[in-house]
Design a protein. Structure first.
Length: 340
């Protein structure tokens, strides 16, 4: 029996376009998140991060469709549940989702407490207004939000305050797993730090048991998550601890991501920035071999001949490439010497 709070096995989901074309945005993705742990998911726009987040909740609506695989939350497989059952018994209670641009999720015509009342009443119709207010007040204050926020309209709150308010609302029902999709984007540095601190507090105070943090900024995950999963064109291309993924990436795409971002961490400050050439493949007709092959400087004929499986090298680390770990390290060392 798995000790994971959330376990995903070979999950595949697709979009169906108006021309009835299949777009496999999540292609045989597997992952585990244990209690007390956080997983970061990184990759450039269009790699499938947000689609995976939506898929993990087991609640599908067109044009997104479930194809195959399992989503197991606390031992319960939700992948085959009816949408109404998922909405009533899973969403908000077992797994909660903070969408991109979450600060715009609040109803501008309602005070925060009114919005919260609607959320609670949808799951617990017998809850009184006093009970709801007391619950919200305790939670907000425990997470460093003043209780006065409950009586304000969204327009009266700053962007950072709205973001933190939405995060607090998302854990009102104490979900086991919280999925945060780009929760710190579009915020200034100070607000980003407050949001990240708040997410850590949710784990420390026991409001959630596990977290998935999604971003295109791989280095940011080093300060937030325990492990990192890198996605490219709908597939997982690398799994590693946060430290290994940031300071010692193996897959050429992960290496390229780190090389294209300014990183303030010691040991990476002076690394010369390099761009990844080209664009991701069209997922209506993905390449049969390695999906990164067209952009990879180390590509060989074998890379495009057949699909490349994830290579498990132990200690929770895996990557999708034809080259062995030693071969990749030799290539990276040679390149570093040539670049001086």
């Amino acid at each position: 029996m798995s000790d994971a709070i959330l376990e995903v096995r070979e999950l595949t989901t697709k979009y169906i376009t108006r021309f009835q074309e299949d777009v496999y945005a999540v292609d045989h993705v597997s992952l585990k998140v244990e209690e007390g742990k956080s997983l970061g998911i990184a990759g450039e726009s269009g790699c499938g991060k947000s689609t995976l987040a939506l898929s993990l909740m087991g609640y599908y609506f067109p044009p997104l469709h479930y194809t195959s695989g399992e989503i197991i939350i606390d031992g319960q497989n939700i992948s085959g549940m009816k949408p109404d059952d998922v909405r009533k018994s899973i969403l908000g209670k077992e797994i909660a989702y903070i969408p991109q641009a979450a600060m715009n999720a609040l109803n501008p015509t309602q005070k925060v407490i009114d919005f919260i009342e609607h959320v609670i009443e949808a799951h617990n119709p017998s809850a009184t207004k006093n009970e709801i207010y007391d619950l919200a007040k305790r939670l907000f204050e425990a997470l460093g939000l003043p209780a006065e926020v409950l009586q304000k309209y969204p327009v009266e709150l700053s962007g950072g305050m709205k973001q933190r308010t939405v995060i607090a609302i998302s854990v009102l029902l104490s979900p086991l797993v919280l999925i945060a999709d780009e929760p710190s984007s579009a915020l200034d540095v100070t607000s980003q730090k407050m949001v990240i601190k708040m997410l850590r507090n949710l784990m420390d105070k026991g409001y959630i048991k596990a977290m998935i943090f999604i971003t295109h900024e791989l280095p940011l995950l080093y300060n937030v998550t325990d492990d990192i999963m890198v996605m490219y064109a709908g597939q997982v291309v690398e799994m590693a601890s946060a430290e290994k993924a940031v300071f010692d990436p193996l897959h050429p795409y992960s290496k390229g991501l780190m090389g294209s971002i300014i990183v303030p961490e010691e040991g990476l400050r002076d690394v010369k920035l390099t761009a990844i050439p080209g664009v991701p493949p069209n997922l209506k007709k993905p390449p049969s071999g390695c999906r990164f092959a067209a952009r990879c400087k180390y590509v060989q004929a074998e890379c495009t001949a057949t699909s490349i499986p994830l290579r498990d090298i132990g200690n929770g680390r895996a990557y999708r490439c034809i080259f062995s770990e030693a071969e990749l390290r030799e290539k990276y060392d040679r390149e570093a010497r040539n670049n001086g």
